[in-house]
Design a protein around this ligand. Structure first.
Ligand code: TMP
Length: 210
């Protein structure tokens, strides 16, 4: 199922999704949008943030369950400041999320195999528009190092495996013809150029069709 008005940004760490979301936030035409991210601001999301910093160790399968549980709350939870994406979209609001289930289908499939993340994420709706930020993992890790401390998945071998899975996943979803539009971006382009491409797609694909 496609959730109309829902836009997702995906890519490995350091690909620049958060930078582009920040640029988008500055646009006056995006003043009524709801901007959010996963892990979400729910209690489960906060717990996952400390796991990502390495403050607590979890079995990779437990992390897969928690990312899915956080996603359920993010979609359906009553806390409208951090969650309730589905209701907002159904009411006609444009929602932009930095990461969604495709992060679980890549990162958690690297840590615990493909089957469990696919099972846990099989009931969630797909976004109307998905931006995939394609980048060389060496470049992205340099960007991560330029901004401070690394989180648990921010290692070159891990990011290489994640990038490879993301690219396969995008091809797989294209072939499935789900109705979700996938835009592949060259994340190494100048940020203003990317911002213009992104705005062009959002205004043509989401705002014109709502
Ligand atoms: P970010 O806030 O910089 O995007 O970092 C979030 C980290 O969490 C990033 O390394 C990807 C990881 N992650 C997963 O492993 N699975 C998920 O389902 C999500 C949403 C994020």
């Amino acid at each position: 199922m496609i959730l109309k008005n829902f836009i997702v940004f995906e890519g490995i760490d350091g690909a620049g999704t958060s930078t582009q979301i920040n640029i988008l936030k500055q646009r006056k035409e995006a003043g009524g949008f709801f901007f959010t991210a996963e892990p979400s601001g729910s209690q489960t999301g906060k717990f996952l943030r400390s796991m990502l910093k390495g403050e607590l160790e979890l079995d990779p399968r437990t992390s897969a369950y928690l990312f899915a549980a956080d996603r359920a709350e993010h979609l359906w939870g009553a806390d409208s400041e951090n969650c309730g994406i589905e209701k907002k979209c159904l009411e006609g609001k444009t929602v932009v999320s930095d990461r969604y289930l495709f992060s679980s289908l890549t990162y958690q499939s690297v840590t615990c195999g493909e089957e469990l993340p696919r099972l846990l994420n099989s009931t969630f709706p797909l976004p109307q528009l998905l931006f995939f930020f394609k980048i060389n993992p060496e470049t992205s890790l340099k960007r991560v190092d330029g901004r401070g401390e690394r989180e648990i998945y921010e290692k070159i071998e891990f990011l290489k495996a994640a990038e490879e899975r993301y690219e396969k996943l995008m091809d797989e979803y294209d072939a499935k013809k789900t109705g979700m539009k996938i835009i592949r971006l060259d994340a190494e382009k100048p940020r203003e150029e990317l911002a213009a491409e992104i705005w062009n797609e959002i205004s043509n694909e989401v705002l014109q069709k709502s």
